[in-house]
Design a protein around this ligand. Sequence first.
Ligand code: ADP
Length: 158
Amino acid sequence: KEEVNIISGALELKEKVVRDVMTSIDDAFMLPEDAVLDFETLNEIREKGYSRIPVHEKGNRYHIVNILYAKDLAFVDSRLNMPVSVFCKFHPRNFEFVFEDVTLDHMLKLLREGSKGHMAFVLKVVTQDEKDPYYDLVGLVTLEDIIEEMIKAEIVDE
Ligand code: ADP
């Protein structure tokens, strides 16, 4: 039964798209670059438990400037009150963008082979009548979202 699920899940990767499995950007736990890594913020990060935290431009959740890796925070002293922007200068991370209609088999390949880590940001093309099309940031997607779809079961986090 489990094997059948995995195989049919793998076949369906061709039919499903990133939009179907992503985490909406409005549900993402992110930090503004002007946040300060004080006791409170570090505690909040720990409580949320995510290994990657997108950092966005001050006042604009839709403009990502870096990804903060929780493991990099191990030696940050809360008494330093280090601004996230300063931390990011010491820990710049690559990240990539994908369009929401990319199929999951393709996305799996991108995330596996990519030198840019296992999180990507999802863009939607917005076309408004006469105006030039533009991109909106709508979500984030990780390798886990795709694996989960493939094995058709929730992965219980450690
Ligand atoms: P983690 O290693 O932090 O547990 P995973 O890559 O295993 O993250 O992803 C687990 C789930 O959490 C996925 O659905 C992913 O989209 C979501 N996720 C990952 N990082 C964040 C974040 N910073 N805010 C909200 N959701 C996130």
